[in-house]
Design a protein around this ligand. Structure first.
Ligand SMILES: Nc1ncnc2c1ncn2[C@@H]1O[C@H](COP(=O)(O)OP(=O)(O)OP(=O)(O)O)[C@@H](O)[C@H]1O
Length: 256
């Protein structure tokens, strides 16, 4: 009798830019018996399941509220230093109706009228920010709703630094993926989220045309660790572009 026991070993290799691929390898120990291992066993033994690589980009809506507009440049600097990309930016002055619609989930609460009055009192700046796990990362950076509480529990967060009170708390951040979608559409009517964030067509295009080359480039980048990784990778991609013409050398222009 031949008995196989298996132990699942999961090795995760994380690449920069939130690109990851996961190998599941199975390790077998063979005990007793002398019969030969069947093809089926062999196949199972050699099995390597590989998840296709994925690139995650999450977006969130950020607002610099009226009380912090005089610190907008400073806050924008903090946004960038924390690794967010600013995809879109607008300065808007909400009407009371627009402010009510934006905060409709709080309709009926005691603070609703003062919130609406405050948010429509003067211009605000709205941003679409992108980053891996952008929604939670931005919420973490802004801190709790109440700046006084923020001061105690999250010292140094944006609401601690720039907030004045529970209503005038300097900044806003979407609290979930659904809210982010709604709020981005609310502030940027031309924003198309689906094909970029989650469209199957986009995933197929990336896995068919881009990922294999990009992953090879990232692997080389990790080996070489150049001082300017972005320029190095750009040059590598140009040199290793599978679509580049095979005819090299200067272009000959035929004269009439
Ligand atoms: N108890 C309160 N008193 C006064 N204003 C409040 C109170 N609670 C919330 N607010 C105001 O309403 C906004 C929305 O409240 P919410 O509970 O959604 O907090 P939040 O998600 O931390 O803030 P935001 O939605 O602005 O990011 C707060 O940012 C604040 O300006």
């Amino acid at each position: 009798m031949l008995s196989l026991s298996n132990r699942g070993i999961k090795t995760k290799i994380n690449f920069h830019w939130a690109t990851e691929f996961t190998f599941y390898c199975r390790k077998y120990s063979i005990s007793g018996g002398s019969s030969s291992i069947s093809d089926e066993d062999n196949k199972e033994r050699m099995e390597i399941k590989m998840k296709p690589p994925q690139i995650y980009v999450e977006r969130t809506l950020a607002i610099i509220k009226p009380d912090a507009m005089n610190k907008a440049a400073e806050i924008e600097d903090i946004i960038l230093r924390n690794g967010f990309t600013i995809l879109q930016k607008r300065k808007v002055h909400l009407s009371p109706e627009q402010a009510s619609d934006f905060y409709v989930e709080h309709y009926g609460k005691m603070f609703f009228p003062s919130l609406v009055a405050y948010m429509s009192s003067s211009p605000i700046t709205v941003y679409v920010l992108a980053k891996d796990k952008a929604i939670s990362a931005w919420r973490e950076l802004i801190g709790p709703t109440n700046p006084f509480k923020a001061r105690e529990t999250h010292p140094g967060c944006l609401r601690d630094t720039y907030g004045k009170d529970q209503t005038r708390n300097a900044v806003h951040g979407s609290d979930s993926f659904i809210s982010a979608q709604r709020e981005i559409r609310f502030m940027f009517h031309d924003n198309v989220i689906e094909p970029i964030a989650a469209g199957q067509e986009c995933k197929d295009y990336l896995s068919g045309e881009v990922n294999a080359t990009l992953l090879k480039g990232l692997t080389e980048l990790c080996k070489k660790k150049p001082g300017d990784p972005v320029t190095w990778l750009a040059d590598w991609l140009i040199d290793n572009n599978p679509n580049k013409p095979s005819v090299k050398g200067p272009v000959v222009v035929e004269e009439d």
